[in-house]
Design a protein around this ligand. Structure first.
Ligand code: CA
Length: 241
């Protein structure tokens, strides 16, 4: 049974989510503050599979929660709930390390579909790991130059140093690698990686690219692997000339 942590201070909303998610077969815990959520996430037995995180919380807000989670090596897939009146919150959420977002007020079936989608992505990564090769080899890795991405571990390795990736960073990088050498549009990335068909602000993609470049480029201001294709989107090149 998948475990969901709902972080929401509005009591009726939190309990409504608990009721409906339990009806869908999830095991649900509620934290009413960001501090409480971080405490529950650090006491890691047993872990959560998904976090639903409201931005507006008393004490530290949702952005601080997700940033502290990621900095602390806690990479549970996280869906942020943002206010429709603050579109920039989406970008801030992604920048801080969120995997997906939903604006309030939302339709319950959409929230459930997004939670399922985050769980599927985790299962997908795990399934790739189990498509077993000999144990001495990483099951799901891609090497380029002196770097490698370990998709099963959500890690990027650069000359011996390992950098953790969020689920969405890993999924985006995998998507670009699968289209190696070909330009990919922002819209295609949003649809294929995030499953978003709505008219989402595609600047969210640019923020992810900036982050990935910081990890994989020796000089992020002069990228040689993750190239901008003007008027289209981006292109991954494994072995630049
Ligand atoms: Ca709230």
């Amino acid at each position: 049974m998948s475990r969901v942590l709902v972080v929401e201070d509005e009591h009726h909303l939190a309990e409504g989510l608990r009721f409906n998610l339990e009806a869908e077969g999830y095991q649900v815990e509620v934290a009413e503050t960001g501090e409480g959520a971080l405490a529950m996430l650090s006491a890691d037995a047993p872990g959560f599979d998904v976090v639903v995180l409201d931005v507006m919380l008393p004490g530290i807000d949702g952005f601080s929660v997700i940033a502290q989670m990621r900095q602390g090596g806690q990479f549970t897939p996280t869906l942020m709930l943002t206010a429709r009146s603050h579109p920039d919150d989406v970008l801030r959420g992604f920048e801080a390390g969120a995997d997906d977002y939903l604006t309030k007020p939302f339709e319950l079936p959409i929230l459930i579909a997004r939670i399922r989608s985050l769980l599927r992505r985790t299962d997908w990564l795990r399934a790739q790991t189990k498509a077993a090769k000999p144990a001495t080899q990483a099951a799901d890795r891609f090497e380029f130059g002196e770097k490698s991405v370990e998709f099963d571990l959500l890690e990027l390795r650069v000359r011996g140093a390992a950098f953790p990736l969020t689920l969405m960073e890993a999924n985006l990088l995998r998507y670009l690698i699968q289209h190696e050498g070909k330009p990919v549009s922002r819209k295609a990335m949003l649809e294929d990686v995030w499953g978003l068909h709505e008219d989402t602000d595609t600047r969210a993609i640019d923020n992810f690219i900036v982050r990935l470049r910081r990890y994989i480029e020796d000089n992020p201001t002069k990228p040689c692997h993750l190239l901008t294709v003007r008027g289209v989107g981006y292109k991954f090149v494994a072995a630049p000339n």
